[in-house]
Design a binder for this molecule. Structure first.
Ligand code: F6R
Length: 364
């Protein structure tokens, strides 16, 4: 049932404040400002490395989580897409743990990658939406994301709920490894508790994002840029746009532009820059200026502070609430999803059932 919405995707985008609230409630003890998780069965102090594996959007959730685990838990992290991981015979030992992330829990490559790691690593964790899925059944520890059924082929609410689940796992690992103290755990838990309200605020900007999407829909190619944990969001934004609107889009780390992709820039290629004001904001602004100096049209998605500092020369600016950098990847998913959704509406494509795609990829 789509309720008041035209598409399942719209419904699922707008459900995010509610379902993210469910995920936070499942993993954060609000009264004690502390993470509670089945992942406590693994001692993160007994491992030297964590490997995160998934496909598509779930892989980009792993990519964001790498930044969190490394910063919060000081734990070395490797990430890989399941179809590569399973065939490259990566060396694994009892000093490793591995997390497999899948909305459906049935993705063939992710399941095969899990089976490769099982028995070699200390512990296999599954971050899934479908708790009775094959991937959940094959794991030692199951972390349900509690997003509720996701019908739209393009993953939206599952992505942000995967992020919340992985964020709590990083906090837990940080506590166990002594990398964060109780006060920092409480601060991070409070920020996650704030995420539903923040993403709800971001969703109120839909009209502005839809107006931008009308213009993006005229482009043949679109670039997305981000730095730090916003880099995987740039990749996710580009994936959403191409799968829904069939517009060619690529995501790059902002700092990589000058190493090649900047050759693509002209006034026909919009560049979507995802840049909350964080410690790397100024670096991103200088990459943005390099783009504008070559005639590129920058759509800057930032907060009021960032808009004041760098919005003047941008082609379009979308102003999100000011948030702590920890939850920025969760909140900035909303404009990326809305941009792709409205670009698809403008192009008249089948939003819930894009051509050539299936909701669950059970072939290799
Ligand atoms: C993109 C999308 C896909 C899936 C990927 C993995 O919007 O939905 O990239 O994320 O096929 O699927 P799951 O998470 O079910 O393993």
């Amino acid at each position: 049932d789509k309720g008041e919405h035209r598409h399942f995707m719209a419904k699922e985008i707008h459900e995010q404040p509610t379902v993210i609230g469910h995920t936070v409630a499942a993993y954060v003890d609000a009264a004690r400002q502390r993470v509670v998780s089945p992942a406590e069965a693994l001692d993160f102090n007994s491992i030297d490395r964590l490997t995160l594996v998934a496909c598509g959007t779930a892989y980009y959730a792993c990519h964001v989580a790498k930044y969190w685990f490394e910063a919060i838990a000081r734990l070395p992290v490797e990430i890989d897409i399941a179809s590569e991981f399973r065939y490259r015979e990566p060396p694994l030992s009892e000093r490793d743990a591995a997390i497999f992330v899948s909305q459906s829990g049935e993705t063939a490559d992710t399941l095969a990658a899990l089976r490769y790691a099982a028995g070699k690593v200390k512990s296999v964790l599954a971050v899934v939406n479908v708790a009775e899925s094959s991937i959940a059944r094959a794991a030692d520890i199951v972390l349900p994301i509690r997003a509720g059924a996701e019908i739209g082929v393009a993953s939206t609410k599952a992505f942000t709920c995967q992020l919340v689940t992985l964020a709590t796992t990083a906090i837990l690992a940080g506590r166990q490894r002594g990398a964060i103290d109780a006060a920092e755990e409480a601060r991070l838990c409070d920020l996650l508790a704030e995420a539903p309200r923040r993403i709800a605020e971001a969703l109120t900007l839909e009209d502005g994002v839809a107006a931008l999407a009308q213009e993006i829909a005229r482009a043949r190619d679109v670039l997305y840029l981000g730095r730090g944990a916003m880099y995987p969001l740039a990749l996710e934004g580009a994936l959403k746009l191409k799968e829904l609107s069939y517009i060619h889009a690529e995501g790059y780390a902002s700092g990589e532009m000058k190493h090649g992709p900047i050759a693509l820039i002209d006034d026909a290629v919009p560049v979507v820059v995802l840049a909350p004001t964080d410690p790397v904001f100024e670096k991103t602004v200088s990459n943005m200026q390099e783009v504008m100096a070559r005639g590129g049209k920058v759509a800057l998605i930032t907060d009021a502070n960032g808009a004041a500092l760098a919005g003047a020369d941008a082609w379009r600016v979308v102003v999100l609430p000011r948030i702590d950098r920890f939850i920025a990847p969760i909140v900035y998913a909303a404009p990326a999803q809305l941009l792709a959704y409205h670009a698809a509406l403008a192009k008249g494509t089948d939003v819930d059932q894009p051509r050539n795609l299936a909701k669950s990829v059970t072939v290799e």
